[in-house]
Design a protein around this ligand. Structure first.
Ligand code: DGL
Length: 362
């Protein structure tokens, strides 16, 4: 087939364009990603190891260092320029206020650096939701902060840690995650720190936001957001921990049939500045406990009525006359998260009306 000169030129131009496109695509696939993400490792099952590949309970948490976690997922290099820091190496049931203050200060220092675009925190799942909420209230930046863990150790068949870590770094490197508050990336899902909770002792789908709903998914190397949290967080927080070395002692008492005031009185006697009452139902107070709570309030201990139920609003003046008793209600925060907000609130004020405002703000 004979082509005119102009057709030959057009054919050649198309061929060159196609080749250029292919070359650039190859280069694009190998291009160094622009986002800089720092991974702060704290321990947990994601850094755990078991005796056999089928050991999914009874393994040892917090045995693998951050460099090995990163090396185990070479795909991270496709989504971000990653650096690792080993902040702690603990099972997260041992997390303390002091750990939280150190971690939050390190996060704020890193995010203030122009060469850090996002942070991933690898963490044990037992208290992951608490650390996430503490950071949601204390991180002073809109840059992404993503917490991630694993329900199975890296030595187990179908370990979930590597893919969870990959998704977390991808999310922390994304523009979509900017300004969304502290996020939890588990099981291909994106959750808000305020409302996510661990719902199962051992299954990979343990992290859920039962009624208020998760924010989105990570699928096919991309985050998809369908909701945003409309409570204040991160850059909009009024709490500043930069000069704090300790947090006020706040404890939780659990409600149940036949409960008495012994535990409550012991905690108040030990110097608790605040008590979270994890009541049955809508935060109900047993008649054997109510007088001890009232007495504690009169001593200046701040009382928050929360609920062991886990979902729903604890109604102010519902199961107790909060106005008359000068109690605060936790809104929808579960007891462990209500404790975190009350601790931070007490660093600013002991005024119960101001603290109630904070529970309706964050
Ligand atoms: N010891 C628990 C913790 O570090 C293990 C659970 C986990 O990390 O998944 O939270």
């Amino acid at each position: 087939m004979y082509l005119s000169i102009s057709s030959r030129l057009m054919y050649a131009l198309c061929t060159v364009t196609l080749l250029a496109g292919t070359v650039s695509a190859v280069h694009a696939a190998d291009a160094t990603p622009s986002a800089h993400v720092t991974i702060l490792a704290t321990g947990g099952t994601i850094a755990g190891s078991g005796a056999t590949s089928t050991t999914t309970v009874g393994y040892t948490a917090a045995t693998v260092g951050v460099d090995r976690l990163i090396a185990a997922v070479p795909e991270l290099a496709k989504v971000a320029q990653v650096k690792g820091e080993q902040v702690f190496q603990i099972a997260s049931e041992n997390m303390t206020n002091e750990h939280w203050l150190k971690l939050a200060k390190r996060v704020n220092a890193l995010l203030a650096q122009p060469d850090v675009d996002g942070i991933v925190i690898t963490h044990g799942t037992d208290t992951l939701e608490e650390t996430a909420y503490f950071l949601d209230l204390t991180v002073k930046s809109k840059k992404p902060v993503v917490l991630v863990g694993a329900m199975r150790p890296g030595t187990a068949l179908s370990a979930d840690g590597p893919i969870n870590l990959y998704n977390a770094v991808l999310l922390a490197a994304s523009q979509e995650a900017v300004g969304k508050g502290v996020l939890v990336a588990m099981n291909d899902q994106i959750h808000a720190a305020r409302d996510v909770t661990k719902t199962n002792t051992s299954t990979p789908d343990s992290f859920k936001t039962p009624e208020l709903g998760m924010l989105g998914y990570i699928q096919g190397n991309k985050p998809y957001f369908y909701h945003v949290s409309n409570r204040k967080h991160t850059a909009d927080t009024e709490f500043d921990i930069s000069k704090l070395d300790a947090l006020p002692q706040v404890d939780i008492v659990y409600g149940y049939a036949n409960v008495g005031p012994v535990a409550l009185n012991a905690l108040v006697g030990a110097g608790a500045k605040g008590i979270i009452h994890a009541g049955v139902g809508d935060g109900s107070l047993a008649s054997k406990v109510a007088p001890a709570l009232t007495a504690a309030r009169k001593q200046g201990v701040l009382i928050v009525r929360s609920a062991r139920v886990g979902q729903g609003i604890v109604a102010r003046n519902g199961e107790a006359n909060d106005d008359a008793l000068d109690f605060v209600v936790s809104d929808t925060l579960n007891p462990q998260k209500a404790r975190i907000l009350l601790m931070l609130a007490l660093t600013k004020t002991s005024d119960s009306k101001e603290i109630q405002r904070m529970f309706y703000t964050y």
